[in-house]
Design a protein around this ligand. Structure first.
Ligand code: ATP
Ligand code: ZN
Length: 832
């Protein structure tokens, strides 16, 4: 409890004028960072990066982080004193504070929001009401009701109780009226109190009493033992475990020896054994041992050398290595070398690629040097890792994007694996940061190197390589003399007319699956789920209608019976005649993984079919289980979404099927082609990783799609040249920077009008850079209607900074209008 000193502290301020001030970041949304004063007596206790308790508004207290200490007396408002200093040493490093500041600034967020994303729950603290007894009250017992009396008496003994304790005391959930009465009568006061909730995990250990740690004394004791044979048995088994395992917990001893705790207590009361509570490490203990005797192929050796050279010269290097080329092996080698130099490394992966496969691989080679930071870990585990990273005890962290916020003390290498993956971008809640880009900034602060890796780099990163901003190392061969899989195309337009509507798996695809199963190989069937918004497609030539101005596929809206561009908002009548071949044969398309799984199950009697998507892997371990089962070949056919794509490494996949490639290529998004190339190349890359060359079969209508030949040749550079020309033509990234604004309101018209008002305001300066307002494909989330405005801005730092400032002003102006007061606006810089 931290309350006790408060009253006297406040008195102190009135006597001594504070000369030191702290800008404190608090974990709530505040447009500006506020300043508090430091009571003079604490001048030597406060440090940048340590936590203090401050009061915001009338009663809310928060644990905030000191961003800066200074002596500039704030002119505009009277500062309040900080109430408590929580840490003697900083919990956040100066480099981290710079990262927070950069994220807040670049992504139009606030440092408070970044703090909420960055700190483990336990360091954020929780605030709960506590009732405090007032010793000086003069109320007589007769004036109290029964309940009031019970509570008063309890408070007198305990001095303070929280609401939960009062509820159980009075055996009622409705204790407020009683509390209120006591407050009115001056018997108690209500505090918003802050408590640290981190509890060390402790366990009771059994020890031999000191007198018997002497062999002779122990022997004598056992030889002369009389009565209580159960106690003797227990003592003997204790000695056995103590010698074999080094330490014995109470729970383990009772379980192993099968006796009750009263037998153990008997030995304790005789002074033979002792019990001791000790804190235990939550993170599993693995020996700190390196095992990196990797035999690299000639191509890998060359790549490794080039990487080392490139990283000397460039802050950022991209490793473009085809699927199965052994990029992971190279990272491990580089990290092992860093460990030997005493440095820290961060290995970032998209959340769902963070599977036990990669954990096992890292543990195998880097042992106990590795810590894992994962959303599945609980708050205690996260805090422990936080502390071990801070002390330097953990040298390698494997984690998803939020691992970037750990307090590294000697970070020298950041690996961003699968760097093209859009899930590195946080969407909600803010800060909407991109972990790859934030990592590049953070590395510059820490003097660390960044290594981006992918078989299908993002256009942005590859562009930076060709501009010589990043180093580029390429690895064009698979490990083990394996060739990349052949990609065969099945033209759905050729499938007999009468059955066109329903064909999900063509006969040709089924035959391939059968052949693969007969060879005792496994099959992955990929169905993209993001394609749930229905789209129109020409049944004759596969043409998909696109927006004239935005170069993105149009989305079919059932409610309006129109085609919508979700970038600029233009609507088009439903297509009746194909713009490419003139045919009038249009169809609405989409089907999901569930239907696919069912169909596969019915079609292939002898195979075990499983599905991997976000619906099927809800439970904590089900994703891991599925991966294990597939590794062990207990499943023959795995149908799944993106989840089966992310960096998985299976030995026996002979065939990958993509039954609806049209659905991948028609995202209503300027990144459609890039995403499609990435997805198809990545999922294809799961085939034939060991043993022999794999096969990929792709079904689609749109066989004329220009990206198909690039995929069949696995030719990323050629794809890049093609796609980058399109981007330049329509002024999309990497040539521009995008900022997406979303207005949200429960009334659709208000949402639209607000967005329109924003657009009008911004048009005075940015007219040629604005598209919209427009409705996104999913235009209503949690009862709020969403209207979007997209800005495509030139990539000029000063210009962008000004634009961001103008956007913030425009939002404030818009919200000043009475009708739009409740419209919420989100800003997404570099939307994915
Ligand atoms: N030098 C090596 N010695 C032994 N095995 C290797 C070596 N290099 C790669 N491998 C094996 O080859 C397979 C593919 O390697 P890895 O998973 O690192 O590829 P990757 O480049 O990360 O592929 P992807 O981009 O598809 O995820 C793995 O099973 C890996 O263990
Ligand atoms: Zn458009």
């Amino acid at each position: 409890m931290h309350n006790n000193g408060n009253h006297s502290n406040q008195l102190l301020f009135q006597q001594e004028k504070p000369s030191l001030f702290a800008d404190v970041i608090v974990p709530i949304y505040l447009p500006k960072i506020l300043t508090w004063s430091i009571p003079a007596e604490w001048n030597n206790r406060v440090q940048q990066g340590s936590r203090v308790i401050v009061q915001v508004g009338k009663s809310k207290r928060y644990a905030g982080i000191i961003k800066r200490l200074h002596t500039d007396v704030p002119g505009l408002y009277e500062t309040k004193p900080i109430l408590e200093v929580l840490d003697e040493a900083p919990v956040v490093m100066p480099e981290q504070l710079r990262l927070w500041e950069w994220i807040a600034q670049y992504y139009c967020s606030t440092e408070g929001e970044v703090m909420m994303a960055a700190l483990p729950a336990h360091l954020k603290l929780s605030s709960e009401s506590v009732i405090q007894y007032n010793d000086g009250h003069t109320v007589a017992i007769q004036e109290l009701s029964d309940k009031e009396y019970i509570l008063t008496e309890a408070l007198e003994i305990k001095q303070q109780l929280n609401l939960g304790e009062i509820q159980s005391l009075l055996d009622s959930n409705n204790v407020y009226p009683v509390v209120k009465k006591l407050v009115e009568k001056g018997i108690a006061t209500v505090w918003e109190s802050i408590q640290e909730t981190y509890k060390e995990k402790t366990e009771t250990y059994v020890l031999l009493a000191p007198v018997y740690r002497n062999e002779a004394a122990l022997e004598k004791l056992i030889n002369e033992w009389q009565k209580a044979p159960k106690q003797l048995d227990l003592l003997l088994s204790f000695l056995h475990y103590d010698r074999t395992e080094g330490q014995v917990t109470k729970a383990a001893l009772l379980k192993k020896s099968g006796v009750t705790s009263s037998v153990l207590e008997g030995l304790v009361s005789k002074g033979v054994l002792q019990l001791e509570k000790r804190s235990v490490d939550r993170l599993p203990q693995v020996a700190k041992q390196l095992d990196v005797n990797i035999q690299f192929s000639a191509a890998q050796k060359t790549a490794l050398q080039q990487l080392q050279e490139s990283m000397q010269q460039h802050a950022v290097t991209l490793l473009h290595g085809v699927t199965g080329s052994g990029k992971t092996q190279l990272y491990i080698q580089l990290m092992a070398e860093a460990i030997q130099r005493g440095e820290q490394c961060l290995y970032l992966l998209p959340e769902i690629a963070l599977t036990s496969q990669i954990v096992r691989k890292l543990r195998q080679h880097l042992g106990g040097y590795v810590g894992i930071y994962h959303s599945k870990f609980n708050a205690n585990e996260r805090l422990e890792l936080w502390n071990k990273v801070k002390s330097g005890e953990i040298q390698v962290v494997l984690g998803a994007r939020s691992a970037l916020f750990l307090p590294f003390c000697n970070l020298k290498l950041i690996v961003v694996d699968e760097e093209h993956d859009s899930s590195f971008k946080q969407y909600d809640p803010p800060p909407r940061y991109h972990a790859r880009d934030a990592a590049i900034f953070y590395a510059s602060v820490c003097n660390a190197k960044v290594l981006l890796g992918s078989a299908t780099p993002s256009l942005e990163s590859y562009h930076n390589c060709l501009q010589h901003k990043y180093g580029l190392v390429i690895l064009t061969e698979r490990y083990g003399d394996l060739q990349l899989p052949d990609i065969d195309i099945i033209d759905l337009k050729q499938v007999p007319e009468s059955r066109k509507q329903k064909v999900i798996l063509t006969e040709a695809m089924k035959e391939r699956i059968n052949q693969t199963l007969q060879q005792n190989k496994q099959v992955i069937v990929f169905q993209n789920r993001r394609g749930y918004a229905p789209y129109q497609l020409c049944g004759t030539c596969g043409w998909i209608p696109k927006c004239d101005q935005c170069d993105v596929s149009l989305t079919y809206h059932k409610s309006t019976q129109k085609l919508h561009c979700h970038y600029c908002g233009t609507t088009y009548p439903l297509a009746k005649t194909c713009g490419a071949c003139g045919s009038q044969d249009f169809r609405q398309k989409n089907f999901g993984t569930e239907q696919l799984e069912e169909l596969l199950d019915q079609t292939f009697d002898n195979a075990v079919v499983a599905r991997m998507d976000t619906d099927s892997v809800r439970g904590k371990h089900s994703h891991e289980n599925l991966i294990r089962q597939f590794e062990d070949q207990r499943i023959q056919i795995l149908a799944g979404t993106q989840m089966v794509v992310k960096g998985l490494d299976f030995d026996h996949v002979g065939l990958v099927c993509i039954p609806d490639a049209d659905g991948i290529m028609r995202f209503a998004d300027f990144r459609a082609a890039e995403r499609a190339f990435q997805l198809i190349e990545q999922v294809s890359g799961r085939a034939g990783r060991k043993g022999e060359k794999g096969k990929v079969v792709v079904q689609l209508f749109d066989t004329a799609n220009p990206i198909i030949p690039f995929l069949q040749q696995h030719d990323f550079p050629a794809f890049y040249q093609y796609e980058v020309a399109q981007r330049q033509l329509f002024f999309y990234p990497p040539f521009s920077r995008l900022i997406m604004l979303q207005c949200k309101h429960k009334d659709q018209t208000t949402s639209w009008m607000a967005c329109d008002a924003l657009a009008a305001w911004l048009r005075t300066k940015y007219d040629k850079y604005i598209s919209g307002p427009a409705e996104p494909p999913i235009n209503r989330i949690r009862n709020e209607y969403i209207t979007e405005l997209l800005l495509k801005l030139p990539r000029n730092a000063a210009f962008l900074e000004q634009a961001k400032a103008d956007i913030k002003t425009a939002i404030v102006e818009m919200q000043h209008q009475e009708a739009f007061k409740r419209v919420r606006v989100s800003i997404d810089v570099d939307p994915q």
